[in-house]
Design a protein around this ligand. Structure first.
Ligand code: NDP
Length: 277
């Protein structure tokens, strides 16, 4: 069965839109883009379009000339502005910009990407904070299909700070047993074949073939790779879908869930800031 991220994302966006209509003013998301990277430009465009669709105010600051001092000044100005509720600095940053210093500069209360150390620690310690959009979206998608997580064996391939590592904590918080694999893992198959839920986030096109999947497992494919002008995941969808019980397609799987989760994070940021003002 397909885990239809596009449909679930649409439902979630409608819920955000309905909430926004009852608010005294619009949540405001500011996206800063420091490169001309075509993939980043298309992600940013999708985020802007979705933000506008749900009734947010959305501002894109696209400036490839920013050095670190000016970028940090810009972030400080956005931090101070009570009319800005969410700040997202699109990664990867332009050359010469230090990602840790830039992420640390964002007010944790406006850090809707969840990359500030304060939000990273909050997830680690199970405190309220912002969870990165892709991991949040994956859990939302599994919940939408009422897929059981507690006591299940979740195998995550990939340990990035954006996807794999935050997912470890989210699944642990839900009482799953979690195994994390990466490029140095030996005999990957010996782990994946015992997965009830297999999450693949490697950026290696179609590397997970049907023989890596336990029959009946749930497969979440996070990968976005362009092969011969076509978007494909890290899982060989055609073959894997014959073995898995549930599987996400690429596109229209995890990607749209990332967008709706970013909107939900921004709405949460707005609500928390309003309740404190
Ligand atoms: P990174 O490159 O940061 O991390 C990739 C991870 O995969 C690393 O931990 C790496 O191991 C591991 N890995 C790479 N090759 C192998 C291999 N052959 N066997 C086992 N593990 C391997 O990528 P991201 O986490 O940022 O993204 C992963 C994919 O997800 C990409 O395709 C990206 O485009 C996509 N993505 C999609 C999003 C969406 O909204 N759908 C959002 C974010 C990302 P090691 O740590 O040892 O190097």
């Amino acid at each position: 069965m397909l885990l239809d991220g596009k449909a679930i994302s649409k439902t979630r966006q409608t819920a955000v839109k309905d909430t926004v209509q009852s608010l005294p003013d619009a949540p405001h998301l500011v996206v800063v883009l420091t490169t001309d990277n075509p993939a980043s430009q298309s992600y940013v465009k999708a985020k802007e379009k979705a933000a506008q669709h749900v009734g947010f105010k959305s501002t894109l600051i696209h400036d490839t000339t920013l050095d670190e001092t000016r970028l940090l000044q810009l972030i400080d100005t956005l931090n101070q502005d009570p009319g800005v509720h969410g700040i997202l600095v699109q990664l990867p940053l332009a050359k010469g910009l230090n990602v840790e210093r830039v992420m640390r500069a964002i007010d944790p209360a406006k850090d809707v990407d969840g990359f500030h150390p304060e939000n990273v620690a909050a997830l680690f310690q199970k405190r309220p904070g912002f969870v990165p959009a892709t991991p949040r979206g994956i859990l939302t998608l599994l919940d939408a299909y009422e897929i059981e997580i507690e006591s299940k064996h979740v195998v995550i391939i990939g340990r990035s700070q954006i996807v794999g590592t935050p997912l470890v904590h989210l699944f642990l918080h839900r009482n799953a047993t979690v195994t994390v694999c990466h490029s140095k893992t030996e005999d990957l198959k010996s782990y994946t074949l015992s997965a009830d839920i297999l999450v693949v986030a490697t950026g290696r096109a179609r590397m997970i073939t049907a023989d890596y999947i336990r029959p009946g497992a749930v497969v979440v494919d996070v990968g976005i790779n362009r092969v011969d002008g076509k978007l494909v995941g890290d899982v060989d969808f055609e073959a894997a879908s014959k073995v898995a019980s549930y599987i996400t397609p690429v596109p229209k799987g995890v990607g749209p869930m990332t967008i709706s989760s970013l909107l939900e994070n921004t709405l949460d940021a707005y609500t928390r800031q309003r309740s404190q003002s």
